[in-house]
Every structure is written in structure tokens, then in C-alpha cells.
Design a protein around this ligand. Structure first.
Ligand code: GRF
Length: 217
């Protein structure tokens, strides 16, 4: 597999900054990154991907009148690349049930909170407002209900009394950049399985595998 030809093909979907995408593209994973696709032409991550030699495409949601139309156009771009895996990395569109079903078990997302706490937006502000002492990020399979899919791995960070949204977001983001490449590697290696009960099984756990990262810093 030295030339990477037999690696699974993945597309990464982004909407903005693309720091998780960059962590994945730089991580030396057993994956062929077939494309990075954004719903926004101004997504900063697009230039980063191109600089790293990865093809990019834009499917502008404003050019598609309905979610169904948008998702069809998006699926066409994904399937054009014969993608095995769909990796959401800060992709800010709610996906239709049909789209989710098409990539079931092959599509994962990273969310900046310890699900099932704080699904949705503004997770860091909500964590601070709630006064939780532990916060973090979650990698999960994508299912029709937003941020509710089976959990693959989580990283937990402490919340400090003097944290701002920015300081807490930065602490979580550093862990996202560790957690997501690890989970994508498992997926690429074919080691992640959804059980009939809707739980996640990780085959052949190696010493470096950590479905929970809990740094003490
Ligand atoms: C990350 O916090 C991710 O967890 C969330 O959106 C943010 C995207 O950041 N889904 P980036 O574009 O990867 O820098």
C-alpha cells in the first residue's frame, strides 16, 4: 500500500476555516483525499487544501433552492470522486435524511462539545453559561438527527474559572486536531463498525488507540 493506491478515498466537507481539515490532510493517514468540498466559495480552508495539493470544489447552497437540490448537487460531487468516506469538518449545513442514508456508516463529523451535552451551535458559550467543569469534543457517525449519531471517540478538557469563549475554544480545538485524525484512521482501516444496537465497535484496539482523550493540562 506504499503508493496509497489502495487506500479508501475520502472527501472532506468544510464551510470555513478548515483547521480540522488541515489536521487531517497533514496527518499521514491511510486515506486518499479525493477532494475538499465547501458550500461557501470564501471558505478559508479551500486555499489550504489546494496548497496541500488536494483538489477542491464548491457547491454553493445559495444556488440551490431547496435542501434536496443542494444535497443532490453535493452527492454528485462526492460520487464523481468515487469517495468511500465522507468527513464533515466544520460543515455548517443540515443534511437531508436521504443524503445521510446514502453515506450511512461512511460519514462522520466532529462536534465541539461532549455530546450528548450541547448539540447545535455556540457550544463553548453554552458550556461556560452552564458552569460545566468538563468540556471537549466528540467524533460521531452522522445520522439524520443533528449531532445525535453514535459516538466514536471523545476528548475532554477542563473548564477553568477564568476561561473566555476564546480560551475554551482553543483548548478544545487543540484536542479536535488530535482526536479527528485518530478516528479517521480507524475508519480508513475498516476497524469501526456500527452494531445493530446503534453502538460503535472498534476492532483490534492498539496501545495508542484512545476512544477517550483526557489530557490533564
Ligand atoms: C470545529 O470546532 C468543529 O468541531 C466544528 O466546527 C469547527 C470547525 O473549525 N464542527 P475548523 O473549520 O475545522 O477550523
Amino acid at each position: 500500500m506504499a503508493d496509497g493506491q489502495s487506500f479508501p478515498r475520502a472527501v472532506v466537507l468544510i464551510s470555513g476555516r478548515g483547521s480540522n481539515m488541515e489536521a487531517l490532510l497533514r496527518a499521514d493517514l491511510p486515506v486518499t483525499f479525493a477532494a475538499v468540498i465547501s458550500n461557501r466559495l470564501d471558505a478559508r480552508g479551500l486555499a489550504i487544501a489546494r496548497n496541500l495539493g488536494v483538489e477542491t470544489a464548491v457547491v454553493d447552497h445559495r444556488e440551490h433552492p431547496s435542501r434536496e437540490d443542494f444535497d443532490q448537487a453535493l452527492a454528485a460531487e462526492i460520487d464523481l470522486r468515487a469517495a468511500d468516506l465522507v468527513i464533515l469538518a466544520g460543515f455548517m449545513r443540515v443534511l437531508t435524511d436521504g443524503f445521510v442514508a446514502r453515506y450511512q456508516g461512511r460519514m462522520i463529523n466532529i462536534h465541539p462539545a461532549l455530546l450528548p451535552a450541547f448539540p447545535g451551535l455556540d457550544t463553548h458559550a453554552r458550556a461556560l453559561a452552564a458552569g460545566v467543569k468538563l468540556h471537549g469534543c466528540t467524533v460521531h457517525f452522522v445520522t439524520p438527527e443533528v449531532d445525535a449519531g453514535p459516538i466514536i471517540a471523545q476528548a475532554a478538557v477542563p473548564v477553568r474559572d477564568d476561561d473566555s469563549v476564546e480560551s475554551l475554544a482553543a483548548r478544545v480545538l487543540a484536542q479536535e486536531h488530535r482526536l479527528y485524525p485518530m478516528a479517521v484512521r480507524w475508519l480508513a482501516e475498516g476497524r469501526l463498525r456500527l452494531t445493530p444496537e446503534g453502538r460503535v465497535a472498534l476492532a483490534g484496539a492498539a496501545p495508542n488507540d484512545a476512544t477517550l482523550i483526557a489530557p490533564s493540562d
